[in-house]
Design a protein around this ligand. Structure first.
Ligand code: SF4
Ligand code: SF4
Length: 365
């Protein structure tokens, strides 16, 4: 299976299309595309710098999007990551997921720490029977700078009177392990997460993390039956607004929307976040590259852990473009994007689309 995947690279036409869209090449990390093109001419397997630098990849899927022969470069990169000795930060991350059930190595019983910011009790929702399950994801659950994401989402669900629940024993979705080339415990994680929601009667599972979404939609079905629908929060919330279950007031703000790679190219979800932004009355400004062609912000593929300078450099370029557009805020729909854009600094607000909706939620329904 692995050998077959690596052989896939022999189908490469050396057209160089992938190099022109690769954020790591464009950031100058991997040398000039011309230089890599020379390698490519000598050895097809080097065309996407995959042999020497498998951790210099954000899994943005831009290469797959333009490749005329659909070469699965990110899949090859994942396999190669599993073959090399990992850096200390990656070793630690893998160990954290294995031993603690989350990427931070925190006590998994602290997953609900963000809920102290709520102005209503959440206890009765934990491990309750309900039709809708909310999967928070490690980043939103533990990173203080991201707590606004789950706070916004459950507040919106409350306002819409959705019968929802969360599980106390949520485990990392497993995608970070797969990104590190370590799929060993994925089946165990998937079975545990699915069972926790299944036994409580969940019919729809929602998450605001595109990486978690892809784990649930693409990886879990390979190892366990997922007996319910899985959606991104932007899809679920748009449906609630369309059905008039959430009423919003209008916001006077100019915002730019950053398509998360895993949500746009990974899941094909580009219109829902934009429609949600328009529902708030905010003026939507578009980056030059958007939707399926969007430029990666540098926050994916564990690049933040392995090459934070480049990760920040890519995010900074998005901040700069947003400023030139005249945006007062960048809206995204991914905790990893939000975190990476925040780390780049700058005096521009970075919000998840759920947080923008919350800002437009009237205090009196
Ligand atoms: S997934 Fe993105 S970062 Fe990785 S090789 Fe492809 S274009 Fe480059
Ligand atoms: S776009 Fe595809 S065919 Fe063209 S160089 Fe890249 S991997 Fe090879």
């Amino acid at each position: 299976m692995e050998a077959k995947l690596l052989q896939e690279t022999d189908r490469c036409l050396h057209c160089g299309s992938c190099l022109s869209v690769c954020p790591l090449v464009n950031a100058g990390v991997l040398g000039s595309p011309k230089k890599i093109g020379v390698y490519a001419a000598k050895d097809a397997r080097k065309v996407n710098h995959i042999i020497t630098t498998p951790f210099n990849c954000t899994f943005c899927l831009a290469c797959v999007n333009v490749c005329p022969v659909n070469l699965p470069t990110p899949e090859v990169v994942k396999r190669l990551r599993g073959r090399i000795k990992h850096s200390k930060s990656i070793e630690q991350l893998v160990e954290n997921v294995r031993s603690s059930g989350n990427i931070f190595g925190m006590g998994n019983d602290e997953r609900g720490i963000w809920s102290i910011e709520l102005d209503f009790p959440l206890e009765e929702r934990i491990d309750a029977k309900a039709e809708v399950g909310y999967f928070v994801g490690c980043n939103s659950a533990f990173a203080p700078s991201l707590s606004g994401i789950p706070v916004a989402n459950v507040t919106l669900l409350e306002r819409a009177k959705v019968n929802y629940m969360l599980i106390s024993d949520e485990k990392c979705c497993g995608m970070p392990l797969v990104m590190a080339g370590e799929e060993g415990v994925l089946a165990e994680i998937a079975k545990s997460n699915v069972e926790e929601y299944r036994k409580r009667g969940v019919k729809v599972l929602v998450t605001s993390c595109p990486a978690c979404l892809r784990a649930w939609k693409e990886l879990y079905p390979k190892v366990v039956k997922v007996p319910f629908k899985v959606q991104h929060t932007s899809q679920f919330l748009l449906d609630l607004i369309t059905k008039n279950k959430i009423k919003l007031s209008k916001i006077d703000r100019k915002v730019a929307y950053q398509d998360p790679c895993e949500l746009a190219r990974g899941c094909g979800i580009v219109k829902e976040p934009r429609l949600l932004i328009k529902e708030t009355g905010a003026l939507l400004l578009e980056f030059k590259e958007k939707g399926l062609e969007a430029e990666c912000c540098g926050g994916g593929g564990l690049l933040r852990a392995t090459n934070p300078q480049t990760s920040t450099k890519l995010a900074f370029s998005k901040l700069k473009e947003a400023k030139l557009l005249g945006a007062e805020a960048i809206i995204t729909a991914c905790p990893a994007c939000k975190q990476n854009l925040l780390k780049a600094g700058g005096n521009i607000a970075i919000l998840d689309v759920g947080e923008l909706l919350l800002a437009a939620l009237p205090s009196n329904p």
